[in-house]
Ligand binder design. Structure first.
Ligand SMILES: NC(=O)c1ccc[n+]([C@@H]2O[C@H](COP(=O)([O-])OP(=O)(O)OC[C@H]3O[C@@H](n4cnc5c(N)ncnc54)[C@H](OP(=O)(O)O)[C@@H]3O)[C@@H](O)[C@H]2O)c1
Length: 226
């Protein structure tokens, strides 16, 4: 049995806890220095995971952007880009999204009912793994560990972060707090309502608090609770 990866949840949120607003344009919460920090965290990861809604809505390329960081990965014997991973229940992931056409290898976890559709849509653009009737996160982490992923960065959205936090599968949380107020009930939040381990009185250990221009980075260890 191979070890599961070390899981880092990474998000930028407004002071009132939102990941985005309800407009069709992606809300930029970080500043350029913080986006560069995120690029470094990506470069240190073996795989990066995002939810299917974020792929459809933001249409990200999800790359390590710095030439130097990619060159260092290659010099260290790693692939130039981390593995890009997503999960989908609906299987609704069109082949023309940028996610499939930039960077290195891609992997999709889906359910038995959608696996054929995803494979037919994506062809050789991605490896498709069927996780059974549901996508179980323990299964996902076991499979990533089996594929040699030691460090997994999860970049959201909130649906994904909520499930991993509730299942106590996050080793670290990186939260960049931006000086913005979204205040739109329908906008996505960093974390939704869930039965979180330890309940509302359980304090996570703070690993770091750092100002990055007008953004504040907080790093927590959710499994190390008081
Ligand atoms: N500020 C930030 O750091 C940041 C980062 C990322 C995203 N965002 C924002 O967050 C928003 C999207 O977040 P979101 O919470 O709505 O969606 P999301 O977490 O990106 O994706 C949710 C989707 O992932 C799939 N999924 C999740 N859990 C699954 C499971 N256990 N089994 C199978 N499939 C599963 C489903 O896809 P199907 O619908 O295909 O079944 C589900 O609808 C966007 O507005 C984006 O801009 C912000």
């Amino acid at each position: 049995m191979t070890a599961r990866p070390y899981v880092v949840l990474s998000a930028a949120m407004s002071v009132d806890g939102y990941l985005d607003d309800t407009s069709s344009q992606r809300l930029l919460l970080s500043n350029s220095e913080d986006f560069d920090r995120v690029d470094q965290v990506r470069a240190e990861s073996d795989a990066i995971l995002i939810g299917a809604t974020t792929i459809r809505k933001d249409n990200p390329r999800l790359l390590v952007n710095s030439d130097e960081r990619r060159a260092r990965r290659v010099a260290d014997g790693k692939p130039e880009f981390p593995l890009k991973v997503t999960v989908t229940q609906s299987g609704d992931l069109p082949a023309d999204l940028k996610f499939w056409h930039h960077g290195g290898a891609k992997l999709v976890f889906t359910v038995d009912d959608a696996a054929e559709k995803v494979s037919a849509t994506l062809g050789d653009l991605a490896d498709v793994v069927s996780a059974g009737p549901d996508v179980d996160w323990g299964f996902v982490l076991d499979e990533l560990g089996r594929r040699g992923v030691k460090r997994l960065m999860v970049e959201g959205g909130g649906t994904i972060h909520t499930q991993l936090m509730a299942a106590d599968l996050a080793d670290e949380v990186h939260l960049a707090i931006a000086p913005l107020l979204v205040s739109q009930a329908a906008a996505p939040r960093f974390l939704g309502t869930a039965d979180y381990p330890g309940g509302s009185t359980s304090r996570m250990r703070l690993l770091e608090a750092r100002a990055i221009g007008d953004v504040v980075l907080l790093r927590y260890a959710p499994k190390e609770r008081g």
